[in-house]
Design a protein around this ligand. Structure first.
Ligand code: AMP
Length: 431
């Protein structure tokens, strides 16, 4: 490293994901894609930058995300842009912009990608973090909610996470919420003065947000506030009862949490969250719910929706803690060659094996056999193919099995088949 030049480091709260951890990230993504596929969801990719108004209008002007956490800048003095803090608003924008509602029916999307929130970084909380999420647009049927939650439960099971709590609640619709907010405001009048400064402000501007407060001293007061679930109108109550009934029918365990309103303004009716004890302070693994009014908030047609977002950083932490999902990306073959004449045939073999999808490494500088074997060992190669003058003359290359130490001379033309047979021997269940 140069002594004179200050090394450049990554931006605070934004981290590099390095191998072998990226193997696990990929495995988790593969499982997610498979589960989404099974439930007939299609991938959507929206831009990372959006007009700022998309989030101020949907997430809510009085939420922490919008007031404190967005990366917003003015693009050459023309337009205020924001790095997306979440993707639901973007998906609904795309749905409206492309008039997908004209195609009728239900649209089911999933996405994977980075989100940006300028929060205080700590374990499990980053300024660039990743979400795996899904949105269903075009239906307010309770089965959509139950199916979405069932999908989440299946995905968690697939990645080996079995210990978690699924909380569910209903935040009603604007109709019943107006009455609840009136009652809540009244209840807060008596206690707000004893609460944190944020809650004192929220008690006036957006009383529902008080329920999100994490300040320990406020918790006993919040516990005694009225529950929104007791103020649902008949339709919202019926919707909630059908969602929970279906969860029972689908064998998904849940706990009703009357305080669960979630930190975004667009939710209506169902809200849910999964927490995991292994995550420490940042224990929320994923969250979601129904947002029947969101499309209209951003200037679209009435379009009911339901979705969720899993924090992938936290999902990977929980997967590591559960230890069920084993990920290995071993090097299958190391091609060792000795003598200038062996380089081209060695390269040709490496090319052939790589084309058939095997993970292969080859050195391009001449090495002694001992050194090649040491490198192959360090790289964790399962096999080493050795090509020297003798092998070239006989047309039979030495194949060394690094797990057993056994070595055999194999006809050049047979090597691919030989390695395949060895692999099947080692893992008969995968064939
Ligand atoms: P939200 O979009 O706020 O409903 O969050 C959904 C999920 O995203 C949470 O349950 C977390 O797992 C994850 N998440 C939210 N904010 C962060 C962050 N700053 N760092 C890491 N994960 C986060």
């Amino acid at each position: 490293m140069s002594k004179d030049v200050e090394p450049i480091r990554s931006v605070k709260g934004m981290r590099d994901l390095l191998p072998p951890e990226t193997w696990l990230w990929q495995r988790v993504e593969e499982e997610a894609r498979q589960v989404f596929h099974a439930y007939n969801f299609d991938e959507i990719r929206t831009p990372i930058l959006e007009p700022t108004a998309l989030f101020t209008r949907s997430v809510g002007a009085d939420t922490d995300i919008v007031t404190k956490e967005m990366y917003t800048f003015c693009d050459r003095g023309e337009e205020s842009l924001t790095l997306r803090p979440e993707a639901t608003a973007s998906v609904v924008r795309a749905y409206t912009e492309h008039a997908l509602y004209n195609r009728g029916g239900i649209h089911k999307f999933y996405y994977l990608g980075p989100m940006f929130r300028r929060d205080r970084p700590q374990k499990g909380r980053y300024r660039q973090f990743y979400q795996i999420g899904a949105e269903v647009l075009g239906s307010d049927h309770p089965s959509i909610d139950a199916e979405g939650i069932e999908l989440v439960a299946l995905l968690l099971d697939r990645v080996g996470i079995r210990q978690y709590t699924l909380f569910i609640n209903s935040v009603g619709c604007p109709n019943c919420r107006a009455e609840y907010v009136r009652v809540l405001r009244q209840a807060l009048r008596g206690v707000a003065a004893q609460m944190c400064a944020d809650c004192q402000r929220r008690a006036e501007t957006n009383p529902l947000r008080v329920l999100d407060c994490k300040v320990p001293g406020d918790q006993p007061l919040i516990e005694r506030l009225p529950h929104i679930i007791d103020y649902l109108d008949a339709e919202c109550r019926h919707h909630f009862d059908r969602v929970t009934q279906q969860l029972r029918e689908r064998g998904v365990a849940y706990t009703i949490n009357p305080r669960l309103v979630r930190g975004l303004d667009y939710y209506t009716r169902t809200t849910f969250e999964v927490t995991s004890g292994v995550l420490g302070a940042q224990n929320s693994l994923l969250g979601g719910g129904r947002y029947d009014g969101l499309s209209e908030m951003i200037g679209g047609p009435a379009a009911p929706g339901f979705g969720f977002a899993i924090g992938q950083d936290r999902l990977v932490l929980a997967v590591e803690a559960a230890g069920q999902l084993k990920v290995e990306c071993p090097l299958e073959v190391y091609v060792a060659w000795m003598g200038d004449g062996a380089l081209a045939p060695a390269g040709e073999l490496a090319r052939q094996l790589r084309r058939s999808g095997q993970r292969v490494e080859i050195a391009y500088q001449p090495l002694k056999l001992k050194r090649s074997l040491a490198i192959a060992n360090k790289l964790g190669a399962r096999f080493v193919v050795i090509i020297g003058e003798g092998e070239l003359a006989s047309g039979r290359y030495q194949v060394k099995d690094m797990t057993t130490g056994e070595q055999e001379a194999v006809e050049r033309a047979e090597i691919e088949r030989y390695l395949q047979a060895k692999r099947e021997e080692a893992a008969p269940s995968e064939t």
